[in-house]
Write a protein that binds this ligand. Structure first.
Ligand code: NAD
Length: 484
């Protein structure tokens, strides 16, 4: 029996409720286009009620011993692990992620476990550097925090935002993505099972309008952590600026380059760059969607890359043998197909794929697609496609490789493959990117490293201890002491 959640609810003030105006929106399985659920569309009133509940819960939650907060985290982490298969099936039906590739529930549990132990790192400092005074800083929670997440790896983002916010003593309202609301709605039930006090952890579903915008404009929301597109990131930043200047953290899109030099371990470079752009059907912010290969090595690399890339097993994401699911919905499918059509007209050469298989399969599947020698000025070289589409170009010198890699408004992840360690480190320094992989590419990440983007890829850095800073105020206290 495949898991279902046919009537998901909003979690507001510890209660699972329908939208106040009973409004729902239909969610369709992108592999079959069958309806999966009617999902509550949180109204303006619901978003306001969630913030009000979080505000009311804040004094008691922030006063609680952090190890007691951690107790709820440990229960939730265990529940997430216990329900991993069910959550995998819900995600497969909502946005098409193959169950065989589902790791999100364990990763989310790991985040809650991590922050359950991380609270002793919430520390200020003290000094005697001002004669006659003892000075200190205190780190304190901000109040109500909002989290707005995308659909591509939903529970990872739910946990990486809510866990550091909550352990710091803030209360939270999370809004899930309209394209993948089911796992968050199931987590809402698990939050109740874990015993979180009412109002501490609220989870709502719906579109950007109205509920996302209500959270962004809300005068009682003091910090907002967002992962999603640059377009929405700008809107949220604007809404924050127009209202209470809430602290906004933005994790946005990417157009990540991988630079492959002729001396690289080619088998590894091929295997890892294919995985980076193929996993989750290319719907990954840090996927290496642009590959620059040293000219002499390009024919062999492109041939091996294409052979491996096309050998996917596309099909029903609920089948354990599937490793290539559909795009998340019709909007994503049409957007990827439009970019492919534009790529064909741009002067680049389509050497693999280039087709959607909607008519054949009834689902929003896109074939692994390769373009070579696309003009650097083409729109598909500049914009995020968010599909299984890679652009392979060549370079002749190290300088040219760096210039091309940096010729983008994005800067989330970049990688370089070479055996020359001096060159690797020169390039790592020169790349305008929040993350650099040397002889590896995304999704390779260090668990304790900060993650975030240069340029239009975002503002701020997330990751274990780094994320705590987003959700804590710093207060300076100066104490005059007689005869010190
Ligand atoms: P999106 O911007 O369309 O939506 C993200 C969230 O914002 C959703 O919950 C949506 O409902 C909400 N939203 C939409 N309009 C809003 C508004 N006016 N006010 C408030 N909220 C609003 O992005 P998406 O399509 O869900 O996700 C894909 C994008 O996310 C890609 O650009 C991808 O690169 C990026 N992403 C970035 C990272 C990262 O860590 N940097 C990770 C994953 C995805």
């Amino acid at each position: 029996m495949v898991a279902t959640l046919s009537s998901p609810k909003l979690l507001i003030n510890g209660e699972l409720v329908e939208a106040s105006d009973k409004k729902t929106f239909p969610l369709y399985n992108p592999a079959t286009r069958e309806k999966v659920a009617d999902v509550p569309e949180a109204s303006e009133q619901d978003a306001n009620a969630a913030v009000a509940a979080a505000k009311a819960a804040f004094p008691a939650w922030s006063a609680l011993d952090p190890s007691a907060r951690a107790g709820y985290f440990k229960k939730l982490a265990n529940l997430l692990r216990a329900h991993s298969s069910e959550l995998a099936e819900l995600e497969a039906q909502a946005m098409g992620r193959p169950v065989a590739q589902y790791f999100d529930a364990f990763a989310a549990a790991g985040n809650f476990d991590h922050y359950a132990e991380a609270w002793p790192h919430i520390q200020g400092q003290a000094s005697l550097n001002t004669p006659g005074y003892v000075t200190m800083t205190l780190r304190q929670p901000m109040g109500v925090v909002a989290a707005i997440i995308p659909w591509n790896v939903p529970l990872l983002f739910l946990s990486s935002k809510c866990a550091p916010a909550l352990i710091s003593g803030n209360t939270v309202v999370l809004k899930s993505s309209e394209k993948a609301p089911l796992t968050a709605a199931r987590v809402a039930e698990l939050v109740i099972e874990a015993g979180f006090p009412p109002g501490v952890f609220n989870i709502i579903s719906g579109h950007g309008l109205p509920s996302g915008a209500v959270l962004s404009r809300h005068m009682d929301v003091r910090a907002l952590s967002f992962t999603g597109s640059g377009r929405t990131g700008r809107l949220i930043q604007e809404m924050a600026a127009q209202t209470n200047l809430k602290k906004v953290t933005l994790e946005l899109g990417g157009k990540s380059p991988a630079l492959i030099f002729g001396d690289a371990d080619m088998d590894k470079a091929v295997e890892e760059t294919v995985n980076s752009i193929q996993w989750n059907s290319g719907q990954v912010c840090m996927a290496n969607s642009r590959i620059y290969v040293e000219k002499s090595a390009a024919p062999a690399f492109t041939e091996a890359f294409s052979r491996r890339f096309q050998a996917v097993n596309a099909g029903n994401p609920l089948e354990k043998t599937t490793n290539h699911g559909p795009q998340a919905d019709e909007v994503q499918y049409k957007s990827v197909m439009a970019y492919i059509e534009e790529g064909k007209a741009s002067g680049g050469q389509l050497t693999l794929g280039g087709n959607g298989t909607l008519e054949k399969t009834g689902g929003f599947f896109v074939e692994p697609t390769v373009f070579v020698d696309t003009p650097e000025t083409a729109r598909i070289m500049k914009e995020e496609i968010f599909g299984p589409v890679v652009l392979i170009n060549t370079f002749e010198t190290e300088e040219e490789a760096i210039t091309r890699a940096n010729d983008t408004e994005y800067g989330l992840y970049a990688s370089v493959y070479t055996k020359d360690v001096d060159r690797a480190l020169r390039i790592a320094k020169a790349l305008e990117s929040g993350y650099v992989g040397v002889n590896c590419t995304s999704p390779a990440t260090g668990r304790d490293l900060p993650f975030g983007g240069y340029k239009m890829s975002g503002q701020g850095r997330e990751g274990w201890l780094h994320s705590l800073d987003h959700f804590l105020e710093t207060k300076s206290v100066i104490i005059k002491v007689a005869h010190l």
